[in-house]
Design a protein around this ligand. Structure first.
Ligand SMILES: [Zn+2]
Ligand SMILES: [Zn+2]
Length: 65
């Protein structure tokens, strides 16, 4: 199962696993997924701020249900 990415109108399909989301964030959106620095989730319509290291979990639980 995969979901289109809604970050910056990216629209690439991402597998619904933390690992796939994490590597997508890293390679396509240049997110430092190991960083504890808090940043805003760029998902369309989302304004939650989370640590970069938690962004993959956030996307999986909030945006991929
Ligand atoms: Zn994307
Ligand atoms: Zn979000």
């Amino acid at each position: 199962m995969s979901t289109p990415c809604f970050i910056d109108r990216c629209n690439q399909p991402i597998d619904c696993s933390r690992q796939a989301i994490s590597s997508h964030l890293k390679t396509v959106h240049q997110v430092n997924v190991d960083s504890p620095v808090v940043q805003a989730c760029q998902w369309s319509g989302c304004r939650v701020s989370v640590p970069a290291s938690s962004l993959a979990s956030h996307i999986m639980t909030v945006h991929m249900r």
